[in-house]
Design a protein around this ligand. Structure first.
Ligand code: PGA
Length: 232
């Protein structure tokens, strides 16, 4: 069971430091825990969480080691900081920053080759679900990925992200089972996971953890979600 907190564009160095100090002391139960701060707070998170089992992931990475790619950060740069892995292909990157299945595939491949762990995100929009295209979209997004022991998938229906609308446990289970039929890897659920709904979602047989956005920004709610995972 893996519970990952995606901080998105929240928390600078000072806030990250105090969050990670509190997280060290929190009761997280018996699950694997990862935090994904913005780039500027990665080094601080790694330092404050040193000596714990809590991993630090980035939210994105470029596939080249170095080069003329203004605004990008490489795997080697993340490794140098002690970062353990990265999210790739989050729907906000796909929606707002022109991320495509092809660039997702390159980022995933580059990160895995560099020895990072990867959470690769997939998920349909509301319009795609309503048009009955959910399986086709998931098939297309998953088809660019290859099995790897350092790769997990996050199923995040776009209509459930940051909206307070969570997929029902049954709907999540159905989508996870479908993703696993395409690629046999652990699948995290993401989209408005909260302490109140985490236990039911994480109890589903094919839900192997959660990628948590908003509710991961507060130590108490993030720890409560971790403990819910620990009981499932
Ligand atoms: P949310 O975000 O929990 O705030 O819906 C999840 C995500 O985008 O990973």
């Amino acid at each position: 069971m893996l519970i990952a907190g995606n901080w998105k564009m929240f928390k600078g160095v000072a806030e990250a430091a105090s969050f990670c100090h509190e997280l060290r002391e929190a009761d997280l139960g018996d699950v694997d825990v990862v935090v994904c701060p913005p780039y500027t707070a990665l080094a601080t998170a790694v330092q404050v969480l040193a000596g714990t089992d809590i991993g630090v992931f980035a939210q994105n990475v470029h596939w080249e080691d170095e080069g003329a790619f203004t605004g990008e950060v490489s795997n080697a740069m993340l490794r140098e900081l002690g970062v353990y892995g990265t999210i790739v292909g989050h729907s906000e990157r796909r929606q707002y920053f022109c991320e495509t299945d092809e660039t997702v595939a390159r980022r995933v491949e580059g990160a895995l080759a560099a020895g990072l762990h990867v959470i690769a995100c997939v998920g349909e929009t509301e319009a795609e679900r309503e048009a009955g295209e959910t399986e086709a979209v998931l098939r297309r997004q998953v088809s660019v990925l290859e099995p790897d022991e350092s790769l997990v998938i996050a199923y995040e229906p776009v209509w459930a992200i940051g909206t307070g609308r969570t997929a029902t446990p049954e709907l999540a289970q159905e989508a996870h089972a479908f993703v696993k039929s395409l690629l046999d890897l652990p699948v995290l659920y993401g989209g408005s996971v909260k302490p109140e709904n985490a236990a039911d979602l994480l109890a589903q047989p094919d839900v192997d953890g959660a990628l948590v956005g908003g509710a991961s920004l507060d130590v108490d709610s993030f720890a409560a979600i971790c403990r819910a995972g620990s009981r499932s």
